[in-house]
Design a protein around this ligand. Structure first.
Ligand code: ACO
Length: 401
């Protein structure tokens, strides 16, 4: 029998908290979530208000600096980000090493990790100027990196950033534009894309953000830390859920098949879960899903398109919310439930969905990383464990086993 006191020391408290359901890993002044009430605030501002009135550049400034910028500060910040949108030319060679059918997230893990090999003049984390430059570089280069991953997958030439455009319009042009042909960014699509970026900008200590913080706590450079965050985000229980949710909705196909999938989600012998439903923190409607649902309608109207999958999603939501199982377990649509429908209407393949999430979440990761590095009480992250293996025993020579 293991003596816990002997293993973990006589003093202090030892907690065993798988999945960290009730353990705060840090102090943070960035994002507040009230999961019971369905409230999300960034630096105190409700997500609904930011999505309605702000822009992704403004929210990025807010997350990094703590306050909303005035017009001059916003112009300056946007210009600074614009200065860093280009990617080192040699990185294009790096892309060409991947298979064409590689998942964009696989490419992004590699390319973002490789940034430290190209921008090592901003990797001294003890220098605030280096931290600032690397933060700006990451936010600025992610649209270029994501767009290049897309272009590579469809076999089209890469497009250089056009810095006369906004952050979001520039991304859309690099993704959907073709060299030597004019590309008009639809204002409603630009607005919707920008709003989707705002909705994904940060979400306190979720799995990928905790990964970034844990990687950063060892003193690893910011590019390596963000690459770690991208790897974690990719999982279907986290950022990969937007891709999985749309695939699920397409598989359901028509509203008459919804009930069958609801029954499957409730069956404990079936690993199937309703993707885009449920959340570790929200035990109420995810406020981001509310905005996302509204944005679907706006995009459909602007592009004069529709998608039967939206009707399936609306009916699925209604049936699930009136079902005892989902009611008792407080499972509501999360940010990923509707986002895929919009992204698909905009022309993105499902494999790009999580890449777009990573692009936007980079702001949160970078802000959280900066907050952690600037914290004088910061320590290397080092969770303990509850050891369940054998107690000490003598080595047995192989011939006696
Ligand atoms: N469908 C069916 N049942 C579900 C679902 C779901 N989507 N989500 C949770 N449950 C059930 C679980 O089976 C469990 O039931 P039990 O108490 O009978 O064992 C109970 O609800 C609690 O679920 P947990 O997995 O313990 O909750 P946890 O907080 O660990 O997981 C998670 C949260 C991972 C988001 C989960 O709800 C899930 O897998 N959802 C689907 C994937 C998804 O949409 N992820 C995106 C999250 S948002 C984001 O990352 C951006």
């Amino acid at each position: 029998v293991l003596d816990i006191r002997k293993l973990y020391g006589q003093t202090g408290m030892f907690t065993y908290d798988p999945g960290f359901t009730s353990t705060a890993s840090c102090e943070s002044s960035l994002t507040y979530i009230d999961g019971e009430e369905g409230i999300l605030l960034h630096r105190g501002y409700p997500i609904g208000q930011l999505a309605e009135h702000s822009s992704f550049m403004e929210v990025s400034y807010l997350m990094l600096n703590g306050e909303l910028p005035n017009s001059q500060e916003l112009d300056e910040f946007s210009r600074t980000i614009t200065r860093h949108t280009m990617l080192h030319e040699q990185l294009a060679t790096f892309y060409r090493g991947f298979r064409r059918d590689a998942h964009p997230m696989a490419i992004m893990c590699g390319v973002v990790g490789a940034l430290s090999a190209f921008y090592h003049d901003s990797t001294d984390i003890s220098d605030p100027h280096h931290r600032k430059v690397s933060s700006h570089r990451l936010i600025a280069k992610m649209p270029t990196i994501a767009a290049m991953a897309y272009k590579y997958s469809v076999g089209q030439p890469f497009l250089y950033p056009d810095n006369s455009l906004s952050y979001t319009a520039n991304f859309l042009r690099m993704t959907f534009g073709v060299p030597a042909e004019p590309y008009e960014v639809h204002p409603a699509v630009e607005r919707a894309m920008d709003r989707i970026f705002i909705l994904h900008a940060d979400h306190e200590q979720n799995a990928s953000t905790s990964t970034v913080r844990l990687a950063g706590s060892s003193g690893a450079n910011p590019f390596a830390c963000i690459a770690a965050g991208i790897a974690c985000l990719w999982g279907p229980a986290h950022g990969g859920a937007n891709e999985a949710a749309l695939n699920m909705l397409r598989e359901i196909g028509t509203p008459d098949r919804i009930k069958h999938y609801i029954e499957r989600a409730k069956d404990k012998n079936d690993p199937f879960r309703l993707m885009g439903f449920g959340h570790r923190v929200y035990k109420n409607y995810d406020p981001r899903a509310t905005v996302m649902q509204k944005t679907v309608r706006e995009v459909f109207e602007a592009l004069k398109v529709t998608d039967p999958v939206f009707e399936t999603a609306l009916q699925l939501e209604e049936i699930a919310l009136n079902d005892d199982y989902f009611h008792e377990k407080k499972l509501f649509p999360n940010v990923d439930f509707y986002s895929g429908i919009i992204l698909s209407a905009m022309g993105f393949p499902t494999t790009m969905f999580t890449a777009l999430f990573a692009l936007a979440r980079t702001v949160g990761w970078v802000a959280q990383w900066n907050e952690m590095i600037s914290d004088p009480g910061q320590k290397i992250g080092r969770p303990r464990q509850l050891y369940t293996g054998p107690t000490e025993r003598d080595y047995i020579p192989i011939e006696k086993r």
